[in-house]
Design a protein around this ligand. Sequence first.
Ligand SMILES: CC(C)(COP(=O)(O)OP(=O)(O)OC[C@H]1O[C@@H](n2cnc3c(N)ncnc32)[C@H](O)[C@@H]1OP(=O)(O)O)[C@@H](O)C(=O)NCCC(=O)NCCS
Length: 155
Amino acid sequence: MICTEITRLNFSFLEKLKHIHRECFKDIIYSDSSYKNFLDKNIFRTYGIIDTSNDNLLAFIILTTNQNEADIVSIGVTKNFRRNGFAKSLIYFCIRKYYLKKIFLEVSVLNIEAISFYINLDFKKIGIRKNYYKDMLGNEIDSYMMCKNVPRETF
Ligand SMILES: CC(C)(COP(=O)(O)OP(=O)(O)OC[C@H]1O[C@@H](n2cnc3c(N)ncnc32)[C@H](O)[C@@H]1OP(=O)(O)O)[C@@H](O)C(=O)NCCC(=O)NCCS
């Protein structure tokens, strides 16, 4: 049994964030400056779940917020720690922290695991964007736009 906590990620987590992000998203290649931006408090809200015994980063969420609404830019959990409720707890942590009423995101139509995860959290498909993503081979992939209306009783 490990001991974990949710923490805001600062620049000291740059290498760990890069590592987990690359493990979760093989087809998405970001530049170093993009990863630095994700840790810039003025632009993004980036939180992680860390193993408190060694500061290993087990899961992360990157959000932008505007009043009571948020867009999930990215969320991921390292492979060995999936299905432990980590991603769900990061989303609920952010809902409570920023009093979120609505959350939006884009997800590849091929990412069945993530779609199942979002549907479990009561996100609804609200649209489809043609050719939103490109994989490593250059194939264009559609995305679903999804939205969660947060019920009042969550707070
Ligand atoms: C999608 C992802 C973030 C889910 O993280 P997680 O911590 O494993 O999810 P949770 O444990 O919080 O899941 C909560 C519930 O969502 C559903 N769920 C999660 N992963 C699922 C899967 N692979 N298949 C079916 N349902 C799933 C389950 O109902 C789960 O509850 P349960 O385990 O009690 O049945 C994780 O699989 C991941 O990092 N994937 C790669 C990166 C990615 O695709 N991110 C999303 C991009 S938009």
